[in-house]
Design a protein around this ligand. Structure first.
Ligand code: SF4
Length: 216
């Protein structure tokens, strides 16, 4: 099977449950994006940030990762503070925000019901993540937002989970001289419960920036 530019079909049906859920959303919200959400960021980025999946009223509505929900406010605000993004983030795909040396991808491209993809769906969509990470040869540092993203990055690199357990702030050596940094997901739930503070999240991305520059 081949994927031109690593992009699934706009009506990809490899995951029947997610395909059916998107059909429901297209009927209910014809003005929403309602399709597999593509990566956001330049092709030659050295930093890749991996999220879980599009949020229903976030990326699934706007068509850009982390755009339109709380997680995006924290993520893009932090990237701007570290000079990894420029322009105004206005929670719309056409707000003109640009990422600098950074690309954002998701472990699963289609919005899952209740924000919970099934293991089989994560495994099925991994072909697109793998394709992106293989194509983007300049990527030196990968930040995984949450355990599912962490597992998806390992799967895309053919690594065994048992040897690389997830822990916030932990760094893992990947093939091709890459390093994976784990972070709790920047979701509203994690920040409201204090599991992830804005300072903790800033420290993760600052470390990523430091490693990118060391491995340039
Ligand atoms: S999640 Fe990925 S593999 Fe599954 S239907 Fe969507 S694009 Fe296709």
């Amino acid at each position: 099977m081949s994927f031109p530019d690593c992009q699934p079909s706009p009506v990809c049906s490899l995951c029947p449950r997610l395909h059916a859920f998107l059909e429901e959303q297209r009927a209910a919200h014809p003005d929403w994006f309602n399709a597999p959400v593509p990566p956001f960021g330049p092709d030659d980025a050295r930093l890749a940030i991996i999220g879980l999946a599009p949020g229903l009223r976030g990326a699934n509505r706007t068509g850009r990762p982390f755009t339109g929900d709380y997680a995006g406010e924290l993520l893009y605000g932090t990237l701007k503070a570290l000079h990894l993004a420029r322009g105004a983030y206005a929670a719309r795909a056409d707000d003109g925000l640009e990422l600098i040396d950074t690309v954002i991808l998701n472990a699963v491209r289609c919005v899952p019901p209740a924000n919970k993809p099934l293991p089989a769906e994560i495994a099925t969509c991994n072909r697109f993540l793998k394709c992106e990470l293989e194509k983007r040869k300049r990527v030196r540092v990968i930040v995984a937002l949450g355990r599912i993203a962490h597992d998806a990055v390992l799967m895309a690199h053919g690594l065994v989970r048992a040897r690389h357990p997830f822990a916030h702030g932990r760094e893992h050596a990947l093939p091709h001289g890459r390093v994976l940094i784990d972070s709790y997901h920047c979701s509203r739930y994690n920040t409201q419960t204090g599991r992830l503070t804005p300072e903790m999240f800033h420290a993760i991305l600052a470390r990523a920036r430091q490693l990118m520059d060391r491995r340039a």
